[in-house]
Design a protein around this ligand. Structure first.
Ligand code: CP
Length: 316
């Protein structure tokens, strides 16, 4: 089957994780995103498809790319948008998540985009309100729109991802991006190798049908795409127990300029934010081999597609 679908009946109210989406669902979202990506290149990159919708962006955790690209996607589609940030909300006065979402829902909203440090919060919200819920990252569980924009970016390079060799390198244990990518990439038929320190490689990853390597050179020699992951210091507690130092981590698992010469074919991705000099040398992030800013641009189009489909839209 090719990496494109048409005339597909998309039948989801929420996007909680890619575990709930079939291969055909994922291909359909990516297909729709291609149309929105073209709209973003127009002189006036706007469509009125969400002009009767009200969306709240509910962020309990810091974000730059996800929060801004969701907001931009919503505004590009004409939605009414309100932004909630826990740091300046009544959460600080002790209001519960359930009370917060039920109060916001009383103001008549159609969709909620939520980021929270606790896994399962998007699922919980589906039990509290009628609105469509979009997971913008829940703890170390899933970050489905990130994986969708990652796969979209890989499709721009390789079209069909079946049999493509994708390496995901770094902090596997604490990453929600890797979980959504493993699920999505395996559904699209890609080969996936996870590479990182043993202390950041949980045994359960084998259940996702991926391979594991502890050797960066071997991994970079093999792959078509190398996606480096941020060391998630905020989720690790005491990072010094997991690897001796960030300098040593970079020595063993950081992508360096010398790798670009040695292995001339692989492209470099990173979901951001990058720790320059840790996951990769700064010059690697800025090199022509990196498609990191393409990922960010594509994130707006992918989020437009998801918002559109979950609002009950038909094809663009
Ligand atoms: N990739 C990603 O989720 O980045 P932000 O934390 O800036 O949203």
């Amino acid at each position: 089957m090719s990496d494109s679908v048409s005339d597909y009946e998309f039948n989801h109210k929420h996007l909680l994780g890619l575990a709930d989406y079939s291969k055909e669902d994922i291909l359909y979202v990516l297909d729709q995103a291609r149309s929105f990506r073209e709209i973003l290149d127009r002189p006036v990159p706007k469509v009125p498809t969400l002009r009767d919708k009200t969306i709240v962006n509910l962020f309990y955790e810091n974000s730059t790319r996800t929060r801004l690209s969701f907001e931009l996607a919503q505004k590009r589609m004409g939605a009414d948008v309100v932004n909630f940030s826990s740091s300046n909300s009544s959460t600080k006065k002790g209001e519960s998540l359930k009370d917060t979402i039920r109060n916001i829902s009383s103001m008549k909203i159609d969709m909620v985009v939520v980021r929270h440090e606790s896994p399962g919060v998007p699922h919980f919200l589906t039990q509290c309100v009628d609105a469509a819920i979009l997971n913008a990252g829940d703890g170390a569980h899933e970050h489905p729109t990130q994986a969708l924009l990652d796969m979209f970016t890989m499709q721009q390079i390789h079209q069909n991802l079946k049999g493509k060799k994708i390496a995901i390198i770094g902090d596997i244990a604490y990453s929600r991006v890797v979980r959504s990518n493993m699920i999505g990439l395996k559904k699209l038929g890609a080969e996936v190798v996870l590479c990182g320190p043993k202390t950041l490689m949980p045994p359960f990853v084998k259940e996702y049908g991926v391979e594991v390597s502890y050797d960066l050179e071997e991994t970079l020699a093999w792959c078509d795409v190398a996606m480096a992951l941020r060391i998630q210091l905020e989720r690790q507690g005491n990072a010094t127990e997991l690897f001796p130092s960030l300098r040593e981590y970079h020595e063993r698992f950081g992508i360096k300029l010398e790798h670009l010469d040695k292995y001339p074919d692989f492209k470099i991705m990173h979901p951001g934010p990058i720790n320059r000099g840790v996951e990769m040398e700064s010059e690697v992030a800025d090199s022509e081999r990196a498609v990191i800013l393409d990922q960010v641009t594509n994130g707006v189009a992918v989020r437009m597609a998801v918002l559109y489909l979950l609002s009950g839209g038909n094809r663009v």
